[in-house]
Design a protein around this ligand. Sequence first.
Ligand SMILES: NC(=O)c1ccc[n+]([C@@H]2O[C@H](COP(=O)([O-])OP(=O)(O)OC[C@H]3O[C@@H](n4cnc5c(N)ncnc54)[C@H](OP(=O)(O)O)[C@@H]3O)[C@@H](O)[C@H]2O)c1
Length: 345
Amino acid sequence: MSFRAFPDPVVTPLRGGPAVRWGIVAPGEIAGDFTNALHTHTGQRVVAVGSRSAERAAAFAARHGIPRSHGSYDALFADPAVDIVYVSSPNSEHARLACAAIAAGKHVLVEKPMAASAAEAGTIAGAARAAGVFAMEAMWSAFLPQTSIVRTLLADGVFGRIAVVTADFGADFSGIPDAIVFRPELAGGVLRDIGIYPLWFSSFVLGAPQTVDAFGSMTPTGVDEQAAVVLGFAGGAQAVLHTTMVADTPTCATINGTDARLEVRRPFLMPSALSLYRAGDDDGVHWRDETGLAGRDGLAWQAVAVAQHIADGLTESPIHPLAETLSVLATLDEARRQLLTRAHS
Ligand SMILES: NC(=O)c1ccc[n+]([C@@H]2O[C@H](COP(=O)([O-])OP(=O)(O)OC[C@H]3O[C@@H](n4cnc5c(N)ncnc54)[C@H](OP(=O)(O)O)[C@@H]3O)[C@@H](O)[C@H]2O)c1
């Protein structure tokens, strides 16, 4: 294959496709960004919001032009105007709220991590399958144009034998001491909060690992603070992953094979840029996301894909299937277990 040009992205168009009626439970920071992205860049509409407080629900609805607001999550689940519930609560509440939405007959898109553990995520997946509704973890990076390009490169075997995948995501959270990431009772910890992105990238490229080795530190509050995770795969490939809540790190990802290597530029989990280097070629070819959707506006790609999946009668996404969610969370659980064990030994 020639590396002169990248393949075109394969994405669901932002406008003109089927629309579903979105309801939000837990209108916090990401819910606001999600709603802005949908309303600014797509034909999708948030039609209702539910909060533990009627005032917060009403204020969020007024801010975003949402017609209906509810002072309880149960009222949102019972709203017949809602097709799909976007669960954007703290991680500890994801499984309970997603299962309640499913029991009310709603489709669900659940913020990452889908739940506090693989076992809890499995409960959501089982409930959704039994009810015949759509369920997905909101791993939005999987739906970005750049990711669709990497998917094509992988399918075309451009890298030859992949030796190592690297990815990191580090951010200094010290300025927001109340954040979910610090709080064990909300299922915080850096692996669940941001480390899940490097773990997902490794899974996207190499699938489920055979071995997991994790090293790092815990906060005084008892959650994982920093982790280096080395994954081993059949055939000898490795993934070398890092996450920290202590300092900013490059937040890049790479795929390194016998025939080529790829760099996904900072921040690899958001709309960014790609560089591909054939073995022996230091100049490479380069691609940049020029769609105009920057940062969390990229949440729009995931939303239109979900709407299309539902219109197609799917109950999970072929782009980010439930099996991948469960596999990544199983790796995350094991990494956390090792950090905890080492901290107490
Ligand atoms: N995709 C991304 O890029 C991205 C970015 C950030 C966060 N996230 C994920 O999104 C989820 C929410 O994160 P966030 O940063 O938006 O959180 P946040 O700003 O703290 O908002 C969470 C909301 O959950 C509700 N809530 C329910 N039970 C709660 C409890 N026990 N304690 C505190 N709040 C509670 C609150 O709304 P009411 O009380 O009004 O109902 C609160 O506003 C997390 O799972 C996180 O991992 C994803």
